[in-house]
Ligand binder design. Sequence first.
Ligand code: CP3
Length: 355
Amino acid sequence: MTIENQRFLQALRCEPVDRPPIWLMRQAGRYLPEYLQTRAEAGSFMNLCRNADLASEVAMQPLRRYPLDASILFSDILTIPDAMGLELEFVAGEGPVFNKPIRDDADIHALPVEGVMPKLQYVFDVVRAMREKIGNKLPIIGFSGSPWTLACYMLEGQGTRDFATARRWLWQRPEMVQLLLDRLSHQVADYLAEQAHAGVDVLMLFDTWGGLLDEPNYRDFSLRSMHRVMQDLRDRHAVQLPVMLFSKGCHSQVEDMIASGCDGIGLDWRANIDTVMQQVAGRVAVQGNLDPTSLLADEDMIAPVIRARFSKVVNKPGYIFNLGHGLLPQTNPDSVTTAIETVHALAAEACTAGH
Ligand code: CP3
């Protein structure tokens, strides 16, 4: 099937496009009143994720409001550990919690190797329902948490400020953490391959907690396991889709990321997008990186900020506009319109100016 809107796919090959592709992390979510209504109908966030009709509906909601160039699977990264038996719950006001976190070596040895994917069938059903609704208009992004980021939640039992328990494991029991990451890499590759078979066009690894690690540990634990996932996808599953890595807080390790063989990298808002685009020089696509809190400012602040930050990169091949992290629930949906319109205007001006 040929996708009509090719901007995102072309940018991932660093080919020139008429304007940069735009999509936004957490584009479907709590800042949209229609999302809150559908979630209420589903009863809870996980019920929503498990209901292909409703999950595909919320994935469509931002596409109706904004001229976005990609859609993203509506699900969560913590579905894999849930399917491995850790029992995920979203506690109101507290975020994700596992009822059965990993406590000792025996828990890691006991993790299931077989039979995990059938428990995730509901995710692949959402991909198929989304494809049904989107047709061939837009590419769909499939995703997983990176093995390290999943391990953080599994060892910690919940989200915390510094994931000190997970990081203590890394110093005290490095070989056990590698074993856990190997187990997870295998599941993550299977999971992404199943999403590919269900019809996604691009794969993304969210490595939200890669930036908690020092440089050697980022390379040896987080990036190494993402590299394994990519190898496994290509060698064991013959999946050739483009893969993007988003290692939050790791822009000083761009060279290592490129060497991993990915097709694109996501940047958080602390990276200097001009510097990174120059350094990368068309070897991979670069996505990012507007500070999501900038969209909480008065609306007339938004255009000047986007102009100041993105005028140099907006028409460079391989540039993808996005935020540096997910849209915040407090965001006014009109501010998203302003941001998108500003990027469009900026791209048109840069084009006439011959940049
Ligand atoms: O981007 C999208 O629109 C696609 C859907 C998506 C969700 N989560 C939906 C979601 C994606 C790609 C994710 C990834 C995810 N989930 C990450 C990696 C990216 C990142 O944000 O760093 C992480 C770390 C998680 C784990 C997670 N899920 C947390 C910590 C929370 C609670 C806090 C929060 O940020 O909301 C969630 C819940 C979640 N995942 C919601 C949504 C729409 C909100 C659920 C609700 O409606 O209450």
